[in-house]
Design a protein around this ligand. Sequence first.
Ligand code: F0G
Length: 454
Amino acid sequence: ENIPLELHKVRVVQKLHLVPVERRLKALQESGFNTFKLNTNDVFLDMLTDSGTNAMSDNQVAAMFRADDAYAGSQSFTRLLKAVQDVLGKEFLLPVHQGRAAENIICRTFIKPGQIVPMNYHFTTALAHITENGGKIAELLCDDALEIQSTNPFKGNIDIHKLEKCIQDHGSENIPFIRMEASTNLIGGQPFSIHNLQQVREVADRHGIMLVLDASLLGENAFLVKQREKEWKNASLAEILKTITGLADLVYFSARKLSSSRGGGICTNNRTLYAKMETLIPLFEGFLTYGGISVREIEAMAVGLYETQDETIIRQSPDSIAFLVNDLQQKGIPVVTPAGVLGCHVDAMSFCKHIPQSEYPAGALAAAFYLISGIRGMERGTISSVRDEQGNEIPSDLELLRLALPRRVFTLSQIKYVSDRMQWLFDNRHLIGGLRFVYEPPVLRFFMGTLAPT
Ligand code: F0G
């Protein structure tokens, strides 16, 4: 058995509540069958997301105590800037309160109505900000990237021929930037290779287009490059991280995933790009040396960025995910392979073959799994998608139940409990029924929408 070995020890713990199934049914009804709306006192293992839920290291907590509270010119910010320069290799940093705030600033600054943003794949908030500013997206993954069971080590790669064609079709003047997302979230946390990013860089240079990297899941993408891309096998994570960020003109991140539990940033070596965005920070975020983040969290971000270079720290989550993915796969339960980052992704389309996509199989599976286990996962399927301009559903490419493993939070026995309950649900999957919307918000409907059984 390939047991993931934790190279840390647990020193602060939080009591969990495994409430009876009758209460879980009631909680589900009260929350409109939307796991976002559950309260944690009804949740046993919270696998909704890895965002803001990672365990802090002793050094991060220690750093939070020495934070320099100042509206302007805080030394905490100076330390974060130094970390960004050392780890990400970028000279300028604009702090923002979280990842989507970076997307707001970048999209407002660079997108004009009617323009198109080519990318490997969208993330919900990135798509929302691009459309909010009148832009459209072109998703250019390789054809096999959406195959659930695969041996492709880099499903997050962009198809270079599709990229060339997209630029030819639309004209480089209508493309404000190319967006590459590290460890492409919505297709199951799947990485891109450095070789692919180098090719994207080459195309971008040839056409004079800016390359923007969403680095929210960069640490694990770098780790998987080391594991899967043979040229980088002997390189240090520090070197891999800098190589990846060095290929992008602009790097932005949600520090809720990368390095810490709060905050975000946009960084670059290009003073002109920096200057174009600078004035929006005080308008939307806060002064340029805190950007809406508490100085304590800024200290934790700085320490966390350095920790991203440490393989013994970064590998904990991908190793645990690989264990869970392999375990489920051996039980015949359909999961996204190869194992990616962030969490384990169960294929609801094949798990719930009897539920049509119009009745949201991934949402139905998320609700059912909570009911039978107390574990909260997240729907990543059509509920997380949007409607077109005529108001028709755009069925999602994939219907996934994501079981996130926040970094260093869960133990192996808890992970085995997940697998055991999933096996029970799989054996009894005919019990799962479809869902329909009762209340559907117009933007990012998955967060606050309510549903009911069909
Ligand atoms: N980019 C990626 C790749 C993300 O995964 C997220 C957030 C964001 C941007 C936005 O960052 O939440 O700090 O505003 N992903 C979370 C998730 C919400 O659960 O997957 P944020």
